[in-house]
Structures are given as C-alpha cells and as structure tokens.
Design a protein around this ligand. Structure first.
Ligand code: C2E
Ligand code: CA
Ligand code: CA
Ligand code: CA
Length: 283
C-alpha cells in the first residue's frame, strides 16, 4: 500500500518511511522474541579455536553466539546483536553467555585443558553495566575457576562510549585476574593513546585486513605495522579470519602470535567441542 502512494515528488519520503517502518518492526519483533528464545533454549555458543602460530598449540577458544530461530533458522549474530545492543536484552543475553563460558571453562579444566582461555565478547552496554564486576566475582566463586582462564574482548566501539569508566572497570577486573583483548583492532575510532592507559593483554587484528592481505598492499602494510607495534608494546597479537596457508605463513614469519580462522577451524558447536579437541591432539 505504501508503494502505491508513491509519485515523482514523494517517492523519496515513502521509500524512506517504508524502510524505517520495516526496521522498527524487525527490531520490536526481535526484542520480543529474545526473552522467549532464552527460556526456550534457542541460543547456543560455538567455540572457535585460537592456535599459536609457531607451535600450533591451542591458546584459546572464542565463544560465539548462535540463535536457532524456529522459523527463520540460524540467525547470524551480525544480524541480531546490533539490534539487541540498543535494548537491555543484550545485557541479559550477555549474562547468559558469560555463565555458559564459565561452565565451559570448568569443563575444560576437568578434561585437562587447564591453560586454554575462553574469549568472551562483551557488548558496550554490557561492559558499562554496573553489575558486571559483581556478577563475574560471583561466578568465580560458584564455578571455582581462575579469572585468568578468561579473555574479555572489547571493541574500540565499547571503549569510546565512556572511556574513563571503561578504564576503571578494566583495572578492577584486571586486578581479579581477567585478561583483556581489543577486538576488531583498526576498524574503530579509538586513539592509539588509549592503548597505553588501558590494561590490555591482547590485540586482535580484524579479519577485514587479513582477507586481502596478500593481494592488497595497504592491508598488508597495516597488518605488518600493527604486529610490530603490538609486539613492541609487549602485548600479544592475534590475527582473525585466517583462511589460507599462505596467510598463515606470512603472519607467522612476521611474528604474529596467535591465529584464528577457518584455515584451522570454523567455530565448533559447544556440544562437539571436546570430541573436536580430543581428535586434534597430535604429538
Ligand atoms: P567477532 O567478535 O569479530 O568474531 C569473529 C567473527 O569472524 C565470527 O563471526 C567468526 O565466525 C568469523 N570468522 C572467524 N574466522 C573466520 C574466517 O577465517 N573466515 C570468515 N569468513 N569468518 C571468520 P560470527 O560468529 O558470525 O560473529 C559475528 C560477530 O557477532 C562477532 O564478530 C561479534 O562482534 C558478535 N558476537 C558473536 N557472539 C557474541 C557474543 O556472545 N556477545 C557479543 N557482544 N557479540 C558477539
Ligand atoms: Ca571477537
Ligand atoms: Ca572481528
Ligand atoms: Ca565484532
């Protein structure tokens, strides 16, 4: 009906209005579905291995959210997380993710994978939530796992929301033993000056630079200077989105520490992670 009202003068307005309506409708729909989805166990985590570049030893597992929607099938986190981040539902879902990760960390210990870190993505709203430190402390107690078993991934976006607050929360959590990674490095607007003020352990080079690194001179140079800078700061550098042996070789030669990407493994559903890990052991 909207489209019938279009005429030469008004089409712009109607098309815009229609798109906006759809976006709002989709957002309301998704928001209302999230609570249900949580209680109906439609969310799960997949875990993507991170390996040391040189020795190919398991360094960590990044927890990645999956939504198995009954009608829409698998919904990508890139489609629902940006929508949820505008509501308080992301905070609630984020707490669910954190709890799952503590369970996985405990299981890893039981199965003997004691020095494997679980990397948890934190949204901006979640990181500035005043209850986050309390919640993490209560989980450390409940699951009896060390905080050093977790790497909290923050994006530059998360940090610019309230930089002073972010730094103070990071310092508090750092004292408890949690480690921090800056995710999607190079894609945001944060200043390099913040790096020296934040208790960061790890920098993750975004996959958008890695994909074309061997074809695109600029991407290659950005990666090489990022690795050099991160190493000079005494931090760990992770490259994500590594899909080929040529990329792996080039990154390893340039002293990149950790590799994550389809070349080693796609994210593995939580329920399959231990059979996957056990089958990977090569001595
Ligand atoms: P991200 O944190 O940058 O995670 C890496 C994304 O790159 C994941 O997509 C992963 O599956 C994908 N990836 C890894 N290696 C490769 C590769 O070699 N090739 C390609 N093509 N892709 C690769 P995914 O799982 O779809 O997640 C998308 C984004 O959703 C994440 O990007 C993150 O920003 C967000 N996300 C996922 N889970 C959570 C969560 O629990 N909490 C929050 N706040 N955000 C999450
Ligand atoms: Ca991440
Ligand atoms: Ca990324
Ligand atoms: Ca991201």
């Amino acid at each position: 009906a909207m489209y019938e009202a279009k005429d030469a003068g008004g089409s712009q307005y109607y098309v815009y209005h229609d798109e906006m309506y759809q976006r709002v409708a989709q957002r309301v729909m998704l928001e209302s579905e999230v609570r249900q989805a949580l209680s109906k166990n439609q969310f799960s985590l997949s875990l993507q291995p991170q390996l040391t570049a040189k020795e190919k030893k398991l360094y960590g597992l990044e927890a990645l959210l999956r939504w198995h929607h009954p009608e829409r099938g698998m919904v990508s986190p890139d489609d629902f997380i940006p929508i949820l981040e505008k509501s308080e539902h992301m905070v609630e879902l984020g707490y669910w993710v954190i709890r799952q990760c503590f369970e996985i960390s405990k299981d890893l210990r039981i199965k003997g994978y004691t020095d494997v870190r679980i990397a948890i993505n934190l949204s901006a709203g979640q990181f500035i939530d005043i209850n986050l430190p309390k919640y993490l402390i209560s989980l450390l107690d409940e699951f009896a796992v060390p905080a050093s078993g977790f790497e909290l991934e923050l994006t530059e976006q998360t940090l610019v929301t309230d930089i002073e607050r972010a730094i103070s929360t990071m310092n508090n959590l750092k004292e408890l033993g949690f480690t921090f990674a800056i995710d999607d490095f190079g894609t945001g607007y944060s200043s390099l000056a913040y790096l020296k003020r934040m208790p960061v352990d790890v920098i993750k080079i975004d996959k958008s630079f890695v994909f074309g690194m061997l074809e695109n001179h600029a991407d290659y140079q950005i990666i090489m200077s990022t690795i050099a800078m991160v190493k000079n700061l005494g931090l760990i550098v992770v490259a994500e989105g590594v899909e080929s042996s040529a990329q792996l070789r080039s990154l390893t030669e340039s002293q990149c520490d950790i590799i994550q990407g389809y070349y080693f493994s796609k994210p593995v559903p939580e329920g399959e992670i231990f059979s996957f890990l056990d089958s990977q052991i090569v001595d």
